[in-house]
Ligand binder design. Structure first.
Ligand code: ADP
Length: 402
C-alpha cells in the first residue's frame, strides 16, 4: 500500500467507526425508550399492586350486586364499608368508618353475631333497618385473618312476597271454605237419605259415597292450608295453660276413631297413670292438632288389620310422645324431608286419596313453638315411629318471632 494512501484509509476508518457508533447510539436510544416505556409502567405500577386494591374492587363488586359489605377490624371498629352498606344502614358516605358495629346497626345482637363468627363459621342474623323498620336486613358474619366481614342483604322484597303468598293462601282458603261447607252438608244429607231409601241404583249410590269422601278430603286440605298460613304468618299465638296430654290424646283418638274403623286399623294408647307425669304447659288445641296429624298419618299408612300405638313417657324435664305404626314405612332418603311443606314420599303408596303434604309441616311448627322437637324413625315395609319431645315448662324461646 503506497504510503500516501494511509491518511485516506485512516479517514475512512474513522468515518466508518463514527457511523457505527452513531447507529449504535441511535439503537441504544431506541431500546432505551422502549425499556423506558416498560420502566415507565413499572415505575407507576398498575393499581392491582396497590395495597387495598382488591378490597376496593370487592366493595365495588358488592355494590354492583346490591350487597352491603363491611369489615370490622381487630380493634372492633369498621374499617371498610361499601356504598350499599351505607345506604342500607342510612349513613352518608364514609359515615360508617370508625364506628363500632353496635353503633352502625344500633342492635346489640350484632356483637353476639361477631362473637359467634369466631367459632361458628358463618352465623347470620335478621334485623330491622335502623332508619326504616319496614326494611328487613339479613346480616351474615364471616371471620378471616385480621377481622370479620359482614355481608348485608336486603330481604324486604322477599319478605313482602312471602307475605303476599301467605295472604293469597289465606284468602283462597277462606273463599273455598264457604262453598265447600255447603257441599259437605249436602252430601251428608244425601248420605243419610241413602240409608233410608232402597230405590237408588248402585251407580248413583257409589257416586254419592265418593263425593262424600272426596269433599271430606277437600275440607281437610283447605283447613290445613289455612292453619299453615296462620302459623307461619305468626298469626296464631299459643294460648298456653296446664295441659293433661292424656286428655289431649284421648280426644284426638276419639276424633279419629271412625276414620280408623273405616280403614280397619286399631288404635291403642299407653299413658302414665299419674296425672302429673302427663302434664305440660302448652296450647291444648294446637297439641291436639299435632297429635291428630300424626295419628291420622299412622292410620293412613297402615295396612288393613293394622295397629297404631300412641305412647306417652315422662322424661326428666320433658315428655316424649310416640306414635308407632306397622305400615309402609318411610324411605331413608325422605325421612328428613317429610316435615317440609307439601312434601310427600310417593303418591302411589297411599290407600285412597292422599293429603296435602302439610300435616307434618304443621306438626313441626307446633312442636317447635312449644320449644320441643319432632323426628321420625322408620324402616321401609316394617313401620314408622314419629316422636315428639316437649318441655314440661313454658317454651323458653320460639324460633318464630311472634
Ligand atoms: P300428607 O297430607 O301427605 O299425609 P304429611 O305432611 O302429613 O302430608 O306427610 C308427608 C309425607 O310423609 C306423607 O305424604 C308420607 O309420604 C310420609 N309419611 C308421614 N307419616 C307417615 C307414616 N306414618 N308412614 C309412612 N309415611 C309417612
Amino acid at each position: 500500500v503506497p504510503s500516501e494512501t494511509w491518511p485516506l484509509i485512516a479517514v475512512v476508518a474513522v468515518a466508518v467507526a463514527l457511523v457505527a457508533s452513531l447507529v449504535a447510539l441511535m439503537r441504544g436510544r431506541e431500546l432505551g425508550r422502549l425499556s423506558a416505556g416498560n420502566n415507565g409502567n413499572r415505575a407507576a405500577p398498575p393499581a392491582v399492586d396497590k395495597p387495598g386494591y382488591f378490597r376496593e374492587e370487592l366493595l365495588r363488586l358488592a355494590d354492583a350486586a346490591e350487597i352491603g359489605l363491611l369489615r370490622v377490624g381487630e380493634h372492633g371498629r369498621i374499617e371498610l364499608a361499601n356504598e350499599t352498606a351505607h345506604g342500607l344502614l342510612a349513613r352518608s358516605d364514609g359515615g360508617l368508618l370508625g364506628l363500632s358495629p353496635i353503633g352502625a346497626f344500633v342492635d346489640h345482637r350484632i356483637d353476639e353475631l361477631l362473637r359467634q363468627a369466631a367459632s361458628l363459621g358463618s352465623p347470620q342474623l335478621e334485623l330491622e333497618a335502623r332508619a326504616d323498620p319496614q326494611r328487613t336486613l339479613l346480616i351474615r358474619a364471616r371471620r378471616d385473618e385480621g377481622g370479620t366481614w359482614l355481608i348485608i342483604r336486603d330481604l324486604t322484597e322477599l319478605r313482602r312476597l312471602q307475605r303476599i303468598r301467605a295472604e293469597f293462601i289465606d284468602n283462597l282458603s277462606h273463599e273455598l271454605r264457604t262453598p265447600l261447607t255447603t257441599v259437605r252438608l249436602l252430601t251428608e244429607t244425601l248420605a243419610t237419605e241413602l240409608e233410608r231409601t232402597e230405590v237408588l241404583p248402585p251407580r248413583i249410590r257409589d257416586a254419592i259415597v265418593k263425593i262424600d269422601v272426596e269433599s271430606g278430603h277437600l275440607v281437610q286440605m283447605v283447613n290445613e292450608l289455612l292453619d299453615l298460613a296462620r302459623i307461619e304468618g305468626g298469626e296464631a299465638p299459643l294460648r298456653t295453660d296446664e295441659v293433661d296430654l292424656g286428655t289431649v290424646i284421648d280426644s284426638a283418638l276419639e276424633r279419629l276413631r271412625l276414620y280408623a274403623e273405616r280403614q280397619d286399623v286399631r288404635l291403642h294408647a299407653e299413658l302414665p297413670a299419674e296425672a302429673q307425669e302427663r302434664t305440660i304447659v302448652g296450647d291444648e288445641e294446637r297439641l291436639e292438632q299435632l297429635l291428630i296429624n300424626l295419628i291420622h298419618n299412622a292410620v293412613k299408612f297402615s295396612p288393613s288389620d293394622g295397629e297404631v300405638a300412641i305412647r306417652l313417657g315422662p322424661r326428666e324435664d320433658e315428655v316424649l310422645i310416640e306414635v308407632e305404626d306397622h305400615g309402609v314405612g318411610i324411605p331413608r332418603a325422605d325421612i328428613e324431608r317429610i316435615f317440609e311443606r307439601f312434601y310427600k314420599v310417593d303418591r302411589a303408596r297411599v290407600r285412597g286419596a292422599g293429603g296435602t303434604g302439610l300435616g307434618l309441616a304443621i306438626a313441626r311448627h307446633i312442636a317447635e313453638r312449644h320449644g320441643g322437637r319432632i323426628w321420625a324413625s322408620s324402616e321401609e315395609g316394617t313401620g314408622s315411629t314419629l316422636s315428639v319431645l316437649l318441655p314440661r315448662g313454658p317454651a323458653m324461646h320460639s324460633p318464630i318471632d311472634l
